[in-house]
Design a protein around this ligand. Structure first.
Ligand SMILES: *[C@@H]1O[C@H](CO)[C@@H](O)[C@H](O)[C@H]1NC(C)=O
Length: 337
């Protein structure tokens, strides 16, 4: 019941995650980041769930998370909430005290990780309309990340439905560093346990950043594939290195083979986002721009003819730094609400 097999033939890769978003960050800043992520998710379309589920309580239960998992070899366990964000390995048990009809757990790993999910101790009643579905990616406001254009699997195969699949309990594995579990449970004292493990992904392609600050290098060696790095915050983004395998500068990016797209938007589907810039050669002063949208994306479009590589760093834009709206201009896309 795999969500996706590792693309063994794939050579596209993001490498050298020298990011401040990775494990070096302190426990408290990491928790802060997760809370922000949950707040942003609410802006991106989960407001209803947040209201229904007493956000404050939920956020505080996340706070105790990192403090408990000091010892290695210790399996971290805690209850799963109806709306939850999981960034650590462990066992998470949901038990419905009352009917819970619209629950969602968002899972996220480091850029070079994929997520393995296993269900156990399942006591839901599929015939009564209960369900548990695992999705290979994130869905927010009906939009999906990675977009159907960029994901290696057709949409239908990205869902694993506990109730209709014949092999309950098998492990599912995501194709990128994010995955999601939807569930609906009517009966009291029904529930399940979700075991989360992180696996190394030598060739990450689509990535959701956990943090609003960091740096990253995407490498695409001779692979006809497009990969997106998504930061669901308004950020200032600076391209620090660009190598697209071409020797001379191009007049425009059209027809030039490989290029980098900078996209902005308020949803997570990159195919519905607004192109803010195309970059296909290294300008003297490397590109730096402020992207005032809820979601900022660096997308490497690759023909497969070259070894393409782009490095960038990003930081959260302060409220006062957000680009201002200009009337009757395309620039008013994604300005302060
Ligand atoms: C990559 O993106 C470009 C431009 O958006 C598109 O023309 C091309 O078909 C895409 N390639 C793949 C393999 O999806």
């Amino acid at each position: 019941m795999m969500l996706a097999s590792t693309s063994t033939s794939s050579t596209s890769s993001f490498s050298s995650s020298s990011s401040s978003s990775s494990s070096s960050s302190s426990s408290s800043s990491r928790i802060h980041t997760l809370l922000c992520l949950l707040c942003l998710l609410s802006r991106l379309g989960l407001g209803r769930y947040i209201e229904d589920n007493d956000a404050t309580d939920g956020l505080y239960s996340l706070l105790s998370l990192d403090q408990k998992r000091d010892a290695e070899d210790f399996v971290f366990r805690r209850p799963l909430r109806c709306l939850d964000m999981l960034a650590t390995e462990g066992q998470f048990t949901f038990m419905a005290a009352q009917p819970q009809l619209a629950c969602a757990a968002f899972l996220i790993g480091e850029p070079s990780e994929v997520i393995s999910l296993e269900l156990s101790d399942v006591t839901v009643d599929c015939s009564a309309g209960d369900f548990i579905k695992i999705f290979d990616g994130w869905v927010l406001k009906g939009e999906k990340f990675p977009s159907s254009q960029d994901h290696p699997l057709p949409m239908r195969q990205r869902y694993t439905d506990y109730c209709s699949s014949g092999a309950p309990g098998g492990a599912s594995r995501s194709s990128q560093n994010v995955a999601m579990v939807f569930f609906r449970i009517h009966g009291p004292d029904s529930g399940f346990t979700l075991t989360v493990r992180k696996l190394h992904n030598p060739f990450p392609c689509n990535i959701m950043s956990q943090s609003p600050e960091g740096s990253f290098t995407m490498v695409m060696p001779h692979q006809h594939r497009n990969c997106s790095f998504s930061i669901i915050y308004p950020v200032e983004l600076q391209l620090t290195e660009l190598s697209l395998g071409q020797r001379q500068a191009w007049r425009g990016c059209t027809g030039s083979g490989d290029f980098v797209e900078l996209l902005g938007g308020n949803g997570v589907d990159t195919s519905k986002m607004f192109p803010m810039a195309d970059v296909c050669f290294s300008p003297r002063g490397l590109t730096q721009m402020r992207m005032g949208c809820d979601n900022s994306v660096v997308r490497l479009v690759s023909s497969g003819k070259y070894i393409s590589r782009v490095s960038f760093r990003y930081r959260l834009l302060g409220r006062s730094e957000l680009p201002q709206a200009q009337e009757n201009s395309l620039d008013d896309f994604c300005t302060v609400e």
